[in-house]
Design a protein around this ligand. Structure first.
Ligand SMILES: [Zn+2]
Length: 265
């Protein structure tokens, strides 16, 4: 009887646990206007681009708010490599990759983790990802796979190297219209209800920030808690979720190059 009561109690406490969402604002540091994001709740993580004049300023300001900061590391996309300076490229030797990661981190000094900016090519490649994850493991940093391609190996390689990790489940403003932002936000909530937690990535667009400011206040009503990113990290398997990203796996398929759109992330 006693055992039954204890089991019931455990069951009830488990079911009563709120579903969790973690939210990342990517691409911080490109623009002075991104500072509007500092009015969001401090559990929202900022992914700050390195080597910008605002990188260190934003890193310090976010940390002063007890906000988690991660390095938003530019990685080579399928579209080519001219979209950002200081991008990790597939043809770089391991020493160069490590050197660039070190320089980038020195400009986002408060980073407790890393996620990829672009990277639809690089995250498919075992060697550069292994070098990156070995470095993160040495530095005690976690990794969040932005999943800019469904063929990414980044999270699997992170786990293999003992790096705590998570992956993006929903892009909130991939299409930055108010209808889509609302739709994607609710998708994030329903995934977190289904799986216990979900990770969303948004950008510091004015319409997104306005939306989040209002709607993050309604989470409690939905039985959902906004937690810090480090609260949803795992070292084991996480639930599989494939987004509708359209990119192709890297293989010598002849039609590959011509079918790629220049908008690849
Ligand atoms: Zn980005």
């Amino acid at each position: 009887m006693r055992l039954l009561l204890i089991s019931c109690f455990l069951y009830i406490s488990f079911s009563a646990k709120a579903s969790q969402i973690a939210l990342i604002i990517d691409d911080m540091g490109n623009n002075k206007k991104d500072a509007m994001a500092f009015t969001l709740p401090s559990n929202v993580t900022f992914a700050i681009l390195p080597n910008k004049h605002l990188s260190k300023i934003f890193s310090k300001r976010a940390t002063a708010q007890q906000r988690e900061v991660i390095l938003h590391m530019p990685m080579e996309s399928l579209a080519g490599n001219n979209q950002e300076k200081n991008v990790l490229l597939s043809n770089m030797p391991p020493t160069q990759i490590v050197k660039m990661l070190k320089i980038a981190l020195s400009t986002v000094p408060d980073a407790v983790g890393v996620n990829n900016h672009m990277g639809s090519r690089l995250t498919q490649l075992t060697l550069p990802m292994s070098v990156t994850m070995e470095f993160l493991s040495e530095q005690g940093l976690f990794f969040v796979d932005s999943r800019t391609t469904r063929y990414t190996k980044a999270e699997a390689i992170a786990k293999k190297n003992g790096v705590l990790s998570a992956k993006r489940n929903v892009f909130i403003d991939h299409i930055p219209s108010s209808e889509q932002i609302d739709k994607q936000f609710h998708r994030l909530l329903s995934l977190s209800k289904k799986h216990g937690y979900a990770v969303g990535i948004a950008h510091p667009y004015p319409q997104t920030l306005e939306y989040l400011k209002v709607h993050l206040q309604t989470l409690q009503k939905h039985g959902i808690e906004l937690v810090k990113l480090s609260d949803v990290l795992s070292s084991g398997s996480t639930y599989a979720y494939h987004s509708n990203t359209k990119s192709q796996p890297i293989s010598p398929a002849p039609k590959f190059q011509s079918s790629m759109k220049s908008k690849s992330r």
